[in-house]
Design a binder for this molecule. Structure first.
Ligand SMILES: C[S@@+](CC[C@H](N)C(=O)[O-])C[C@H]1O[C@@H](n2cnc3c(N)ncnc32)[C@H](O)[C@@H]1O
Length: 505
């Protein structure tokens, strides 16, 4: 019966509804996504609804029936729709608008400069470009990213002629951003220095391995030997642009030359054993790519802004002159998200940016809190006023505590405190960005929501509420994509784009 009702012509419509997941999608949005007239879409929806293939929920939102009754959708429990509905109404927003376009890093792997450091957690260059276009970013404008990662914002905004500021705590990321702004290096020097380095490495002696206990497990013996030889030669290079670019190339081939993969967390992979020659070839390949992009940049140099100002510091201490920034774009770590330090310890150890497990622990305790942070850092933390006074946050924290109390075993019994610290860590950054923006300046934030300890935490909306407390107005909320929860594969989460505005007064 169902097969007769839904034809192949219905597929684009059904897959658009599927993509909207728990959030649902309106008939107008469906019409624009599928390129069909609204009346036709509405007629199809009526037919599919009679056959129980789609379901109308709330105010004209369509979902697939399997999303009905998802955890958090019952009326007495606060789930995604409960929060989203109130957030949109509270700020008189029409949405949630579906965001059009690519937001994730993947397409950057083909793009000049961005491809020097493939960074799974990064923005797509297209997203930054469109945001800069929307806010008229060009020469004379200043763009800030307080959680700069691999520097996508600074590279894209500089290409448009703007001045850029990138604040980032993790040393390997700060190093990557600096290197990605070395646009005056001579391509021929990069190529010849890379070739000479490989020749010398083959003849030379290996450097001592980094301090990580698992090094010999992470690499096949031949590949490890080649990498250590290259590392020894890198240390002999004189400081300067070429060395920085070759360090970037070297760091960029470590995982590919190992038994590991990053997807997005670093872990062991089943893959063919890497031979002794591979690290040399990959390194030369990366150096060639950098040289090619430097050649592409050269004739256009006059159009670009200056190299990014990279602040390698804790963004909680960000202190920029008041009203000096036109646009801030960022993506903070997500609540209960990645442990960046553990994920990038390999590169940091090989580059000598961290020299011991104590260095790693110190760095981790300064990062925005994640669920891998040391229990002593959490127990020493006293929740701040804004976090304590936010009704939604208190509710979510209370629910997490209650759920954990009812379990005999749970990985982190201090999860509610971790989440409280996570939001506390964001508050000074939001305040600093607000101060730094010019009146009317925008703050565009890509963020996500989370499912943890049997509770739903709307991290993106809570960020918005804290921003309002700091003086921002909420201008727009867009849903960029639906993603699956790591803890409950059947629970759909979102990635969103929140646009905030600093008022004129
Ligand atoms: C989602 S990533 C940003 C990715 C970036 N949008 C890009 O395109 O590459 C978040 C970044 O925040 C950084 N971070 C976390 N805590 C920080 C802190 N307290 N101060 C500065 N940066 C921090 C992490 O190291 C990570 O690189």
């Amino acid at each position: 019966m169902q097969g007769l009702v839904a034809s192949t012509a219905d597929r684009p419509l059904l897959s658009a509804i599927e993509n909207a997941g728990l959030l649902g999608i309106t008939s107008k949005q469906l019409a624009s996504t599928t390129g069909r007239p609204v009346v036709e879409v509405e007629a199809t929806l009526r037919r599919l609804s009679q056959a129980q293939r789609v379901l109308r929920v709330g105010k004209g939102l369509w979902i697939l029936p399997r999303y009905k009754g998802q955890p958090g959708e019952e009326s007495d429990v606060r789930g995604p729709s409960w929060y989203l509905d109130r957030f949109l109404k509270g700020f008189e927003l029409p949405g949630p608008d579906p965001f059009q376009g690519e937001i994730q890093f993947n397409p950057n792997e083909e793009l000049p400069v961005h491809r020097w450091w493939p960074y799974v957690q990064g923005f797509s260059a297209e997203f930054v470009r469109r945001t800069c276009e929307a806010f008229d970013i060009g020469p004379g404008k200043v763009v800030l990213d307080p959680f700069a990662g691999s520097g996508t914002v600074s590279v894209e905004a500089r290409l448009r002629g703007a001045q850029t500021i990138a604040s980032e705590l993790m040393p390997v990321a700060a190093m990557v951003i600096r290197a990605k702004h070395l646009w005056t290096a001579a391509p021929s020097r990069v190529r010849s220095a890379a070739r000479k380095l490989v020749v010398r490495a083959r003849r030379g002696t290996p450097a001592p391995p980094p301090f990580l206990r698992e090094t010999s497990r992470q690499f096949a013996p031949g590949a490890l030997d080649s990498l250590l030889r290259m590392r020894a030669e890198l240390e002999r290079l004189p400081a300067g642009e070429v060395r920085s670019l070759l360090e970037l190339a070297f760091a960029g081939v470590l995982v590919a030359s190992s038994r590991l993969k990053r997807s997005p967390c670093l872990g062991y992979a089943r893959k063919p054993e890497v031979g002794a020659e591979t690290p040399y070839q990959r390194f030369l390949g990366m150096a060639e790519l950098i040289a090619t992009d430097l050649t592409w940049l050269k004739p256009q140099r006059g159009r670009f802004g200056p190299p990014a100002q990279v602040l390698e510091e804790n963004s909680k201490q960000l202190d920029l002159p008041e009203a000096s920034v036109d646009l801030a774009i960022t993506s903070p770590p997500y609540v209960n998200g990645m442990d960046y330090v553990m994920n990038y310890k390999l590169e940091m150890a090989w580059l000598g940016q961290v020299r011991s497990y104590e260095d790693l622990a110190r760095l981790k305790s300064d990062m925005v809190a994640c669920d891998n942070v040391s229990p002593s850092v959490i127990s020493a933390h006293e929740a701040g006023r804004w976090v304590k006074e936010d009704g939604w946050l208190s509710h979510a924290l209370g629910q997490i505590e209650e759920n954990i109390a009812s379990k005999t075993v749970y990985r982190r019994r201090d999860m509610a405190e971790i989440v409280a610290k996570y939001f506390d860590d964001l508050v000074p950054v939001i305040v600093a960005v607000h101060r730094a923006l010019r009146p009317g300046g925008k703050f565009v934030v890509v963020n996500g929501d989370s499912w943890m300890a049997g509770s739903y935490v709307p991290g993106d909306l809570l960020f918005g509420r804290l921003a309002v407390r700091a003086g921002f107005e909420v201008e727009k909320f867009e849903v960029a994509r639906v993603r699956r929860s790591g803890q409950r594969r059947d629970f759909l989460l979102r990635e969103s784009v929140l646009t905030l505005r600093k008022g004129a007064s």
